[in-house]
Design a protein. Sequence first.
Length: 367
Amino acid sequence: MILNRISIINFKNIETANLALSPKINCLIGHNGAGKTNFLDAVFYLSFCKSAFGTRDSMVLTHDKDFFVVEGDYETADGGNENIYCGMKRGQKKHFKRNKKEYRRLSQHLGLIPLIFVSPSDSILIEGFSEERRRLMDVVISQYDHNYIDALTNYNKALQQRNALLKQEDEPDAALLDLWEQQMADYGETVFHGREAFINELVPEFQSIYRQVSGGNEEVSLRYVSHAQRGPLLDVIRRDRNKDRAVGYSLHGVHRDDLEMLIDGYPMKIEGSQGQTKTFSLALKLAQFNFLKRASHTTPLLLLDDIFDKLDARRVEQIVRLVAGDGYGQIFITDTNRENLDKILRHTGPDYKIFDVVDGDISEREK
C-alpha cells in the first residue's frame, strides 16, 4: 500500500498541508516541536481511526478551529485506488469514509492500510505497565485478524459486566456471574491463542533483527505470560471468585497478560542501557513489520520518528542498512539532523522526497 497524496486541515499544529509523496522514502526535517510527529500522527490516523498517542479526537483539532480533516489517496499493490477520509466538527462525532462511503463501525477499517509506527515513546513498552505490552500485541494482530478484534471486544464487555457485579454491595446473582465468566473464558481463549501464535512467530524475527543492529553482543528474548497457561481459563477465572468479590474486580483473565522482555536472561527494564532499550524497542517494531507483511500479504507503511537518538554510530549504520533495503515499502522518517537522513539516502535510489517542517508548515525541498 502506498500513500500517494495526503491533505491535512487543522490537525494539531498543522493548519493546512497538501502533499504529493514519494512511494519509497519521505524525509521530514525540522526542529523539535515543529510538527514532524504531528504529520506522522495524521498518517497513523488514516490507518487506525485515532491518534497514535491516545489523544482524544477533540484534542487533535488545531486550537480555535471548528473542524479538522485528514484525507489520503492510496495505491494498492494491484494498482487499485483507495480514498480514505476523516473529518470532524467540534462537538460532533467524527466521520470516517472509504471511497466516499461511511463506515458503520470503525473496526471495519482496521487492517486495510497496515502500518507500523516507531516512536521515541516506544520505551514505555519496556518501562511501562503491562497494559502497554498488551496493546502492542493487539495493535498488530487486529490488523490482520478480525475474529481477534471481535473476541477482544466481547471479552472486555464481559469483563466489565462481571466487574460491575463484583462491586455490588449485595451478593451478586450467581447465574449472572456464571454467564459472564463463561463468555470471558470463551472469548479469552481466542485472544490467548491469537497472542500466543503471534509471539511464537515474532520472537525469532525479533532476535535476528536485534543481533543485526547490536552486532550480536547480547541475547534478547520475549516471554508471553498469561493466566490461560495455568489451565482451562474458565477454571482459572472462577477459582478466586471470593477474592475477586473482596477487591471488587477480576484478578484473573487475559486482561492481565504480559510480555516479559529480557536481555541476557534478565529484565530489560532493569539491566538495559538507553542504547540497548532503544535497540530493543526498534527491533521489536521492525519484527512486527515483517510479521504483518507476511500475515496481511500487504507491505505496511513504516513511520520512523527520531529513531537515531541515543544510539551509537555503529547501531545507526546498521539501522540505515536495514531500512534502506528492498524489504521495506513506503517509509516516512523524521529527524532534526539532515546528516542522519543523508546516510539513508546514500543507500537508496533517486526515489525520495525531503520536506521542511517549520511551525506546522510543511514544504517540499528541492533535491
